[in-house]
Design a protein. Structure first.
Length: 235
């Protein structure tokens, strides 16, 4: 049977149409397969691309320590220093003459040392802050059966409540230490003010006092360092 020219044209057009449809189906399946492979191979990257970027921590543009007073056996005049990092979220307090020791030849004043720092802080109005973690670094030589302990208590003048962190140094150990601690509660500075007075009372002791033991400044830096993490919020 002879096919007319018009029928040939229709046939060719239908073949072309079916070919295009087949190509589109294969292309869609390929794209779908590619997406599945991408998510299987790079799930974290795909998820992170879909999520918004994390916001920077809230902090005032200006934070200054405008006054420091020291009181205690662990911080004679001129032996402590306070610095705040550029992010306004980390405070560094260092002590250069903070030494606790027990054992033969020592006396009661050697067994426990303390220091109370009163920090007058100035910052942009509309903010308040709290301490939420501490890291203490120094040197310890504690024999078996003995234990050292360092406590840091933070509070704000005019605000009830305080935050306490405790660092434990059980024996037997000898060498540098770097230990972190979280506070038992969170205490915030007063609101609606551009200043706050933060009190930091720190003390270290060793027991029993008959054993020869030592908590002292790090032998490399020559200091006991307390890093205080600070968090801010708007009033």
């Amino acid at each position: 049977m002879r096919i007319s020219p018009s029928a040939v044209i229709v046939r060719d057009l239908l073949q072309l149409l079916f070919y295009e449809l087949e190509v589109q189906v294969h292309r869609s399946n390929f794209e779908l397969l590619s997406m599945k492979i991408h998510y299987l191979l790079f799930p974290t990257l795909s998820l992170s691309a879909a999520l918004p970027a994390a916001e920077a921590p809230i902090a005032p543009s200006s934070v200054r320590v405008v006054g420091v007073s020291l009181l205690g056996s662990g911080c004679p005049a001129g032996s402590a220093d306070v610095q705040i990092d550029a992010t306004k979220t980390l405070m560094e307090v260092t002590f250069s003459e903070y030494i606790v020791q027990t054992g033969p030849g020592t006396k009661a004043s050697d067994w426990r040392k303390n220091c109370k720092l009163t920090l007058n802080m100035a910052f942009d109005q509309g903010f308040q802050f709290s301490t939420f973690a501490t890291e203490m670094m120094g040197f310890a030589q504690i024999p078996g059966g003995a234990k050292g302990m360092c406590t840091n208590v933070f509070d704000f003048t005019g605000v009830q409540g305080d935050a306490t962190t405790v660092i434990s140094l059980p024996g037997e150990r000898e060498g540098a230490f770097s230990l972190k601690s979280d506070p038992d509660i969170i205490s915030w500075s007063p609101c609606r003010s551009q200043t706050a007075i933060m009190n930091m009372n720190t003390w270290c002791n060793i027991s029993p006092t008959q054993k020869q033991a030592l908590i002292a400044v790090d032998r490399i830096s020559g200091k006991i360092t307390v890093l205080i993490s600070i968090q801010w919020r708007r009033c």
